[in-house]
Design a protein around this ligand. Structure first.
Ligand code: AQP
Length: 334
């Protein structure tokens, strides 16, 4: 079967953007049955910026709980923590030697995160996309469901696969397809519809966390930034209204509709009426996830067992692919 790989960083504050842009779609792909699915907590990506060690362990387990509470079945999908499958890092080194500095320097996420003080950023933050390419290609994954923000990194993954194949005259690594689909591939901040909803936004009111309780979710939606106009009846009417568009996208994403379908239902409504409706839907969809996450977190030993078993299953795939890679590039003993 064609294989899917995707991951999320355990850097705290798992949010509605991660849910609609990633988790929910991971579950759909798992249940579709067309693909073998591998999902990963990418702890080695998280440490490209300093993480408190105790918090990292907590966030990794909580993210695992989030995957399972959202509907990832560790029997159907391979569910892993990146550092427990060492072939990711081993292949990343090979890709560090394939990728070019110039490619990395052009990544917008690098430019955003390193900011003006690139000299002080970690080498890992710069090399991040090579590790991401290794995460994907060490499974020979062909499809990667992600949010819109990851598109550029996936193009780089394709460039690395193509260059490796050319450099060594092989047809070994697949050229991966990004899967960016649905109404909410780019969920924006509730405080600013032009900014991505993000884990690292200092304002907690900017995002809905998967750990928020029903009251908090409702309150954040009530306070979300909007404009004074009623909702239009077609998606085109949202073009110049980023905050309104964001809330409609969220509504469509949570109710499994296209934006036009959602607007056929809610077009013409004022925000005074639409916001409570959206809050009700969000609570209905997210509160069970939050409840299940905290139940799972009561038994972290079980989470650790799931991750250990996932790593064993993963290595049955990754160890042979790494060995073949080493053989192709001329390493003795492979
Ligand atoms: N706002 C979003 N809308 C839709 N999808 C999103 N994703 C992230 N934010 C949004 C998708 O979630 C997956 C995992 O993301 P990640 O945690 O690995 O990376 P990230 O992009 O660094 O997440 P954040 O929240 O944006 O973290 P910070 O604040 O640290 O930059 C990916 O598929 C991503 O597309």
């Amino acid at each position: 079967a064609p294989r899917i790989f995707s991951g999320i960083q355990p850097s705290g504050n798992l949010h509605l953007g991660n849910y609609l842009g990633a988790l929910k779609r991971f579950v759909d792909k798992q249940n579709e049955g067309t693909f073998e699915t591998v999902y990963c907590m990418v702890d080695m990506h998280a440490i490209t910026v300093w993480q408190n060690p105790a918090d990292l362990k907590h966030s990794t387990r909580e993210l695992c709980a989030g995957f399972i509470a959202s509907g990832i079945d560790p029997e159907k999908s391979i569910l892993i923590n990146q550092s427990q499958v060492p072939e990711h890092a081993q292949l990343a080194w090979v890709f560090n030697c394939v990728a070019r500095m110039g490619w990395m320097g052009r990544m917008t996420q690098w430019k955003d995160k390193a900011g003006k003080n690139a000299e002080a950023a970690s080498l890992g933050l710069f090399a991040y996309p090579a590790l991401m390419a290794a995460d994907i290609l060490v499974y020979h994954a062909t499809h990667v469901p992600v949010g819109e923000d990851q598109k550029q990194h996936l193009e780089l993954t394709r460039d690395i696969a193509i260059k490796f194949n050319n450099d060594f005259g092989v047809d070994f690594f697949p050229v991966t397809e990004p899967v960016i689909e649905g109404a909410a591939t780019r969920v924006m901040s509730l405080r600013d519809g032009t900014k991505k909803m993000s884990k690292s936004d200092p304002s907690d009111a900017s995002r809905i966390n998967l750990t928020d309780d029903a009251d908090t979710i409702a309150k954040k939606i009530r306070k979300a930034k909007t404009d004074p106009d009623a909702l239009p009846s077609e998606a085109a009417g949202l073009a110049e209204r980023p905050d309104a568009r964001n809330l409609v996208n969220i509504y469509a994403g949570l109710s499994d509709q296209t934006v036009d379908q959602a607007l056929a239902e809610v077009g013409g409504m004022q925000f005074g009426a639409f916001k409570p409706k959206l809050a009700e839907l969000a609570v209905e969809r997210l509160a069970p996830i939050s409840t299940e996450m905290s139940r799972l977190m009561d038994d972290t030993a079980e989470i650790d067992r799931i991750l250990a078993r996932g790593a064993l299953r993963a290595r049955e795939i990754t160890a042979p692919i790494l060995r073949q890679t080493y053989d192709i590039i001329g390493m003795v003993g492979a």
